[in-house]
Write a protein that binds this ligand. Structure first.
Ligand code: HEM
Ligand SMILES: CC(C)=CCC/C(C)=C/CC/C(C)=C/COP(=O)(O)OP(=O)(O)O
Length: 292
């Protein structure tokens, strides 16, 4: 009985791992930011519940299908070879239908409990992550990261349109911050695991254009984050506390990146962690210092 329960617990953990829960959490923070700015305050609780559930399921379902389609290359890389599918602890067909079920549930929830435009952007983000990024570009072009960023920058647009039912410049500013944030977020790992990606035949920026080129590109994007992160202040969305916090957070990010690119043996561990902390803090402070 105990063994059976432990086996059940193990497989539940594997299914949760397949959803990339850490990514889902930050997706929900950025989705909620979009909702707060649309409402200029706390949106209706039931709308927040359904929108976060729908968006979270879409991010989770997309991550599951990303790992289903990537299971061959994940098995070749140190960083990913112990994931559930390469390990064999979840059958590929089970993962596939698990991902499809999460996505289907997501679109139904978004359609019936939010509105068509938010549903459209949720489907677009899922489509971009699975088809454009995972199935096409990731195995063909180093530009996958920059183009795939359209998916990753969608959550605040989903949150905003779930409240207003229409687009405006505000969610596009949040989209732009996330679009610029993603390449440096990933390229730290792409540099750290350059050999891994080369063995797996994935044409990441370091594999195709070299580590030095990727370092410069990372620096340019991180430098670009400084002015872009201040747009919510200049556009009247957030106040002086946000302006000062965003300036400080972006300057720290730039300093850490300068240290990373100038080091002979770049580790990148803390820089990668900071990339996540940066986005979470930036969006949280933006909400707390929101101009009503
Ligand atoms: C082109 C876009 C992106 C790429 C290529 C990318 C790549 C990655 C990679 C390779 C990891 C390490 C995963 C692992 O080793 O298990 C990671 C972790 C992470 N990413 Fe991204 N990411 C992207 C966009 C995003 C977005 C849009 C978010 C959230 C809004 C995000 C949030 C995170 C978080 C929170 C982690 C740590 C997850 C954990 O370890 O639990 N990423 N990302
Ligand atoms: C609503 C919705 C669908 C949101 C999705 C947002 C989102 C987080 C998109 C991008 C995530 C991404 C490219 C992760 C890296 O995949 P990878 O295959 O490069 O990473 P891996 O090698 O670690 O699997």
């Amino acid at each position: 009985m105990v063994v059976k329960t432990l086996v059940k617990m193990a497989s539940l953990k594997d299914y949760i791992l397949l959803t990339k829960p850490g990514i889902v959490l930050l997706v929900l923070i950025t989705t909620l930011t979009g909702m707060y700015f649309a409402q200029r305050g706390m949106p209706p609780v039931e709308l927040v519940f359904w929108t976060l559930l729908g968006t979270g399921l879409a991010s989770a379902g997309s991550a599951v299908l990303n790992q289903y389609f990537d299971r061959d290359i994940d098995a070749l890389m140190e960083r990913t070879k112990s994931r559930p599918l390469p390990l064999g602890s979840v059958a590929p067909s089970h993962a596939f239908w698990f991902g499809v079920s999460l996505l289907s549930l997501s679109f139904l929830i978004m359609f019936f409990f939010t509105n068509p435009i938010a549903t459209f952007f949720t489907a677009l983000a899922s489509f971009f992550y699975i088809s454009v990024y995972t199935l096409s570009l990731k195995r063909k072009s180093p530009l996958a990261t920059e183009i795939g960023g359209v998916a990753g920058a969608m959550p605040p647009v989903i949150g905003y349109t779930a409240v207003t039912g229409s687009l405006s410049l505000e969610p596009l500013i949040l989209f732009l911050i996330m679009f610029i944030w993603q390449p440096p977020h990933f390229w730290v790992l792409a540099i750290k695991y350059a050999q891994d990606y080369k063995v797996a035949g994935i044409p990441t920026m370091p594999v195709v254009r070299g580590i030095e080129h990727t370092k410069v590109r990372t620096l340019l994007y991180t430098a670009g984050l400084l002015p872009v992160s201040l747009l919510p202040y200049f556009y009247g969305m957030a106040g002086e506390i946000y302006f000062l916090s965003a300036s400080l957070l972006s300057l720290i990010y730039l300093a850490l990146t300068l240290k990373f690119v100038s080091s002979k043996e770049p580790k990148g561990g803390f820089l990668f962690f900071y990339s996540i902390l940066y986005l979470a803090l930036l969006f949280t402070i933006m909400v707390f210092d929101m101009r009503r």
